[in-house]
Design a binder for this molecule. Structure first.
Ligand SMILES: Nc1ncnc2c1ncn2[C@@H]1O[C@H](COP(=O)(O)OP(=O)(O)OP(=O)(O)O)[C@@H](O)[C@H]1O
Length: 691
């Protein structure tokens, strides 16, 4: 659903169903801006200074003053790339804010965790008491009578039956709390990931063309990368904020209780054990920092891999027709290799960290046993105390390792969150929901002194000082050589881009002041290569018009001359279609007619047809064109076509001819221009062999 994103926007697809990206945008901290020198166009690219560290650096181009102006204009206001290593505190606080709506569930889970941990931490003490009671009652058996023996059998002042019943009840409470902890944490994680994905998707759909063309990465944001952020980064964040926070809290609780209990049992042994903490903390800090960078790098590689896969799978038939499967697989393999190398590096680092940890842990246990047995021989410690201490030491040791693990997982989460924040922080240059909802835009359309260059190619001038008026109800056709800027006219009319200078007005309203969703809902746009979505023919035609009537549907089908081919299918309007990328299961001409019906059902004030009938046979095209003429007369619908074929051009009442510099070189009625052998229209048709 990301590929045909423009189709969605053109059809005024309301994002109302998707809640606005309130939370993520609300937590956006003021982005750090990059100072762009006058002669430098701020196309930003990631650079690998170290193997894993990403850096945004401005790329300098030799450019004229005006170019540098364009560069800064396009990029500065649209993207404010974050530095990849914002301070840990900022990253952490933003990450934690994500889980705020789930704070009640999280608190519930932490209470359950507290109970579970307390129960677990009682175990060593209970074991110690049982061991000491067993050994003291054995010695009492040989020395004292049966009354004394019963007294010795008491554990913590309780009869064995009372004691073991109490222990069972405590363990049962622990088990129930454990269930609560797991269930509540899962709930936190799933809610978080669902909310993040929905908001992120909504944010992506609201992005403008600048986002997809130029940033936040060098080549613009690619769909595969976005998909990986949606699927994988959100999952990592969810895991960090649910399971990992719980593990961290458990480790902290166990660690604190463990150390206190160890001090209570034997402060001398505790002192011995505390010597391992400083090296462990230093190792964890170093490892955590590296893991954060590596995690981000791994996510970047997964993004690139998804990007390559998505792009190539979209063009699978082209690849197969050129027999280039091996080349494409090797390109994908390169991405796999990059990911593999980084993951293996992470594996090596993890191996060293955990191997080192377990070595230190095992040596500590042996050391503690040596010191402990020494203390027993001096009568300063009982066997039960040593058993308890060793169990507490094991718990505490694993808690310290657990804290290290918590830290590294947290770093991974921050790494993934940075990629999500990169999206949430990108400011839209063109917003679709702000601005006036003006009903009276159906009037003359004017391009006033319009200068335009695409943001991804700011060196290439498309229009310079373009002035043009299209009157209400006119049927205008733009013609010109390929690349002269005809389709760019439609991009500006739909406000996918803003002119660099000058303005586009609809009935004297500057397009920049209009609510774009509302404005676009009054336009019908059929692009050169229309996108269809998975669903039935009916779903595709009524897309964006949920309140359609059967009469409107039939009229749209009739106007687009689609009735014959739709009725020839056994399931008629309910015939299932694939997405355009995966194979629409329709011919090119049928696809264009479905797209035309989709535009017409909205009863538009202005219809923009960008070579919308290029795949139709001449008979179908004639029928469609004469239907559109009727529509234009009846409703004063303004029709703006972009065409190469004479059959399409001759159906328009006014022809505007562009040269390859994007200048209007001729403007007049078809009859007058075609009658003049020296006209630019005739020259163009002759030179392109279109007559
Ligand atoms: N998104 C874009 N980013 C950068 N350059 C673009 C973009 N879209 C189009 N261009 C460039 O802008 C110029 C005008 O393109 P446009 O699509 O308006 O031409 P056109 O007259 O409609 O061509 P055709 O008749 O072949 O469809 C071309 O040089 C093209 O390469």
């Amino acid at each position: 659903m990301l590929t045909p994103i423009r189709t969605l926007r053109t059809l005024g697809f309301r994002q109302g169903t998707l809640s606005p990206f309130r939370q993520l945008s609300s937590i956006a901290t003021p982005p750090k801006k990059i100072v762009i020198p006058q002669n430098c166009i701020s196309i930003l690219r990631p650079s690998f200074r170290t193997k894993t560290q990403l850096q945004w650096i401005p790329v300098k181009y030799k450019s004229s003053t005006s170019q540098s102006k364009i560069g800064t204009q396009h990029n500065r206001s649209t993207f404010n790339p974050k530095t990849p290593n914002p301070s840990l505190g900022v990253g952490l606080s933003r990450l934690i804010k994500l889980v705020k709506p789930e704070s009640k569930l999280l608190v519930g889970a932490l209470i359950c965790l507290l109970i579970t941990s307390s129960v677990t931490m009682m175990l060593p003490l209970i074991i110690g008491k049982i061991v000491d009671t067993a050994s003291s009652s054995k010695s009492a058996e040989s020395e004292e009578g049966s009354e004394k023996k019963a007294e010795f059998n008491k554990i913590w002042g309780f009869d064995p039956v009372q004691f073991y019943t109490g222990v069972t009840l405590v363990f049962l409470t622990g088990a129930i709390s454990n269930f609560g902890r797991i269930y509540l944490l899962r709930s936190v994680g799933e809610r978080l990931v669902a909310r993040l994905r929905s908001r992120l998707y909504s944010k992506i759909l609201s992005q403008d063309s600048y986002f997809f063309d130029v940033g936040p990465t060098k080549n613009g944001m690619k769909i595969g990368d976005l998909l990986s952020r949606l699927a994988s980064d959100t999952q990592i964040i969810s895991r960090t904020l649910s399971g990992n926070i719980s593990d961290g809290a458990r480790a902290a609780i166990s660690g604190c209780v463990g150390v206190s209990m160890m001090c209570y049992v034997s402060w001398k042994l505790t002192l011995c054990m505390s010597m391992i903490f400083p090296p462990l903390i230093v190792m964890s800090l170093f490892y955590g920092r590296r893991i954060k960078q590596l995690s981000r790098s791994i996510q970047e590689h997964i993004g690139s891999m998804s990007k390559v896969a998505e792009e190539k799978l979209n063009g699978i038939k082209t690849i197969q027709s050129f027999g280039q499967q091996r080349l494409v697989v090797s390109e994908y393999n390169n991405e796999i290799r990059n990911l593999f190398r980084t993951s293996m590096y992470e594996g090596k680092l993890s191996g060293i960290f955990y191997g080192g940890n377990s070595f230190i842990g095992n040596m500590t246990i042996v050391g503690l046993l040596l010191v402990g047995t020494n203390l027993i021989s001096k009568g300063q410690l009982t066997i039960g105390d040593l058993s308890s201490f060793m169990l507490y030491a094991t718990f505490t040791g694993s808690s310290v390792f657990g804290l290290g693990n918590f830290y590294t997982e947290l770093m991974k989460g921050i790494g993934a969150a940075e990629r999500i924040f990169e999206l949430s922080d990108s400011e839209n240059r063109i917003t679709t929901t702000l601005g006036k909802k003006v009903d009276s835009t159906h009037g003359a359309i004017k391009f006033e002194n319009v200068d335009f260059r695409y943001p991804s190619r700011p060196q290439t001038q498309i229009f310079q000082d373009l002035n043009l008026t299209i009157n209400k109800g006119e049927n205008v056709c733009f013609v010109g050589p390929s690349g002269s800027g005809k389709s760019t006219i439609s991009q500006l009319l739909l406000r996918f881009y803003d002119p660099i200078n000058g303005k586009v007005t609809f009935n004297s309203h500057d397009i920049r002041d209009l609510n774009l969703n509302f404005h676009r809902s009054k336009l019908g746009y059929v692009p050169q290569d229309p996108q269809l979505f998975t669903g039935t023919i009916r779903d595709n035609i009524v897309f964006g018009k949920s309140d359609y009537t059967e009469e409107e549907l039939q009229r749209a089908i009739e106007l687009s001359n689609s009735a014959d081919f739709i009725n020839s299918f056994p399931q008629k309007l309910d015939t299932p279609l694939g997405s355009s990328a995966g194979g629409a299961q329709l011919s090119g001409g049928q696809r264009q007619r479905v797209a035309l019906a989709r535009a017409l059902i909205r009863n538009p004030d202005i219809l923009i047809l960008d070579e919308a009938t290029s795949a139709l046979d001449s008979y179908s095209e004639k029928v469609v064109m004469s239907n559109l003429k009727i529509l234009s007369r009846e409703k004063e619908c303004t029709i703006i076509s972009i065409a190469h074929r004479l059959s399409t051009i001759r159906n328009s009442s006014r022809i505007i001819v562009f040269n390859d510099q994007g200048h209007v070189v001729e403007d007049g009625s078809f009859a007058v221009l075609i009658a003049n052998p020296a006209s630019e229209l005739n020259k163009l048709l002759k030179s392109h062999d279109l007559m």
